[in-house]
Design a protein around this ligand. Structure first.
Ligand code: NAP
Ligand code: GLV
Length: 312
């Protein structure tokens, strides 16, 4: 019997678009769009991004669910998700190079003074700043997984001193690595530009709070490309307004879209982008998930399965 895969995106249009992409390039597998009349309860696999609440109770036969993103926080929080259903996240799939580009852009903006040149241009002012002293811009990367390890290495290659922090101790060429609670203290104390690429779990929620952000070097800058709930917004804003932090580049927010009245929108030292640091790319994503479904059907093990106890 043909393998049946149900696709459920955030909207009807998204669902159909992903279903078509998979159906176009993967032979021998039937791809159904969640919500169609003929979507029975007998799918073998699911491919989802923020599916509706009733999704899992109505798909009791799933062998695995594939997340159309790297972060599985919203999926793990779904009440109907069966506790023993394997959850598979995207592994890079073209996101690392986007993340590298985004972070290097933010880092260059603050360390080379491009933000100041934008203000100078508005004032019609020709005013070269002093050349950069790279050793004065130590960077700290929180999260050294698929994306964070690539970002940390790219920062090192760009000539900045870089340290990284993860749950288990990692070895990455050109990067000073730390782990655990003590390691976090050490990382924060030496960091002028903090880059957050952690997964959102009960252990990492609200980690960027007043206590931790206050440990950064004076005049530090925060780049958050992970999840909004890592940051205590009031604490970040208070430390910027008090002058301890120079500012922040934020791609992700506790509530998305960022509410129209949120102070981030109008704060002169906060840059906002609409959760675009690393998009889910079609070709890489379809290829990666299709190969994993085919491997599972052959009885082979796959990578990228979320450890439920850890939450990522
Ligand atoms: P990953 O491969 O799972 O890596 C996670 C890293 O965080 C690992 O190094 C892990 O440590 C570390 N970590 C987890 N919990 C920790 C804790 N309690 N203390 C210290 N370190 C901890 O994840 P990824 O693929 O790099 O993605 C990271 C996150 O980026 C995603 O979860 C998602 O939220 C976000 N993201 C955002 C966008 C965007 O467009 N803004 C796009 C894609 C992803 P170990 O190495 O010891 O396991
Ligand atoms: C996007 O935020 C992702 O987790 O892939």
């Amino acid at each position: 019997m043909a393998v049946r895969v149900v696709v459920a995106g955030n909207t009807r249009e998204e669902t159909e678009a992903w279903r078509c992409r998979f159906a176009r390039v993967v032979p021998g597998i039937e791809f159904m769009a969640w919500g169609d009349d003929d979507t029975g309860p007998d799918a073998d696999y699911a491919i989802v991004w923020k599916p509706p609440r009733e999704f899992f109770p109505r798909q009791p036969g799933l062998k695995a669910v594939f997340n159309l993103g790297a972060g599985v926080d919203s999926l793990m929080a779904m009440p109907g998700l069966p506790p023993d259903l394997p959850v598979v996240r995207l592994e890079d799939a073209g996101m690392a190079r986007q993340m590298v580009q985004y972070v290097l852009h933010g880092l260059a903006e603050v360390s080379r003074g491009f933000d100041q040149y934008a203000a100078h241009q508005r004032a019609g002012r020709w005013a070269p700043l002093e050349g950069i002293a790279y050793h004065e811009w130590p960077v700290g990367v929180m999260g050294l997984g698929m994306l964070g390890s690539e970002v940390a290495q790219a920062i090192a290659q760009a000539g900045y001193p870089v340290a990284g922090w993860s749950r288990s101790q990692r070895q990455i060429a050109g990067v000073d690595t730390f782990s655990g609670e003590e390691g976090l203290e050490q990382l924060l104390a030496r960091t002028r530009v903090l880059v957050n690429i952690l997964p959102l779990t009960p252990d990492t929620e609200n980690l960027l709070n007043h206590r931790n952000l206050a440990k950064l070097l004076p005049g530090a800058y925060v780049i958050n490309v992970a999840r909004g709930a890592h940051v205590v917004d009031e604490d970040l804003l208070a430390l910027i307004d008090a002058g301890h932090l120079q500012g922040a580049l934020l791609d992700v927010f506790r509530h998305e879209p960022l509410p129209a009245d949120h102070p981030y929108w109008r704060h002169p030292r906060v840059r906002v982008t609409p959760h675009v640091a690393a998009a889910t790319l079609e070709d890489e994503t379809v290829k990666q998930i299709a190969q994993k479904i085919q491997a599972l059907e052959r009885g082979q093990a796959i990578t990228g399965v979320v450890a439920r106890g850890r939450g990522y």
